[in-house]
Design a protein around this ligand. Structure first.
Ligand SMILES: [Cu+2]
Length: 279
């Protein structure tokens, strides 16, 4: 599907169910999943899906391998909990993932996850195009740039600054609330140094490993391609929390920023800007 990376810049994405990242699949440890994988008639290429939550050959990649106009079926039991990536795994999988074919499957532990007020789903990936970032028009795919790991764009959820006031709008919370952020890094190549500007990851489960005790008060955490993180935030004061890859050229020049806006009354005991004066 053709869509805009930023206003005026179009790109041919390949997607699961028309979205980047693909659908957030939520199951419970011990569930049996009946998967129907359909490669639309209008599609031009073979695709499949490899779930890191599956115990079995290729994570289901061979069982779901389909040509355009074909449908495949797979039943699988999720035997261990955690947040896992799924992604296309055809022979040129790096290109398919870069075009958008990745997402998250959350296998909740039997006892469930702690209660929060909001949950947000982010997917980071790189887009390698044959024109400079921001040049208006249609951008083709640049395989050479991908091989050299020099992306034109690094984005959350398929769009430059997509979840911000200038585009589709920020994620929204109220002060005093809690939010759980699920990050999946499709890559195909770059590790995300995940950081909330003006906040801190209060609890962070590396690799989406919910059976592991979380880390606390973490500023920046690496999330490699092919992996995930689950992290919680609280919002004691109002304002914007900017989620970024702290490899900051990716933020300034390549689009990797998403905003959570916290609405509420000022709390001067915690944050109190003083007067500004000329020297
Ligand atoms: Cu594919």
């Amino acid at each position: 599907m053709i869509a805009e990376i930023e206003p005026g810049v179009t790109f041919r994405f390949m997607t699961y169910n028309g979205q980047v990242p693909g659908p957030f699949i939520r199951v419970r440890e011990g569930d049996t999943v009946h998967l129907t994988f359909r490669n639309q008639k209008e599609s031009t290429e073979a695709h499949n899906v490899d779930f890191h939550a599956i115990m079995g050959p290729g994570g289901g990649a061979v069982a779901t391998m389909t040509e355009p106009g074909e449908e495949a079926h797979l039943d699988f039991k999720v035997t261990y909990p955690g947040a896992f990536i799924y992604h296309c795994a055809v022979s040129n999988m790096d290109m398919h993932i870069s075009a958008g074919m990745f997402g998250m499957i959350l296998v909740e532990p039997k006892e469930g996850l702690p209660r929060v007020d909001h949950e947000f789903y982010l997917g980071q990936h790189e887009i390698y195009t044959d024109k400079p970032a921001g040049m208006h028009g249609h951008h083709g795919f640049d395989t050479g740039a991908m091989v050299h790991e020099q992306p034109t764009y690094v984005v959350f959820n398929g769009a430059k600054y997509g979840l911000s006031a200038g585009r589709y709008g920020p994620m929204a919370v109220k002060t005093g609330e809690t939010a759980r952020v699920y990050l999946v890094v499709g890559g195909p190549n770059l590790t995300c140094s995940f950081h909330p500007i003006g906040n801190v990851w209060r609890d962070l489960w590396p690799e989406g490993s919910v059976r592991t005790s979380p880390l606390h008060y973490i500023q920046t955490y690496p999330v490699p391609p092919g992996s995930t993180a689950i992290a919680t935030l609280h919002f004691p004061v109002p304002g914007d929390v900017k989620l970024v890859d702290h490899a900051l050229s990716r933020v300034v020049h390549k689009g990797c920023l998403a905003v959570i806006h916290a609405e509420g009354a000022q709390v001067p005991a915690i944050f109190k800007p003083g007067p500004r004066r000329k020297l």
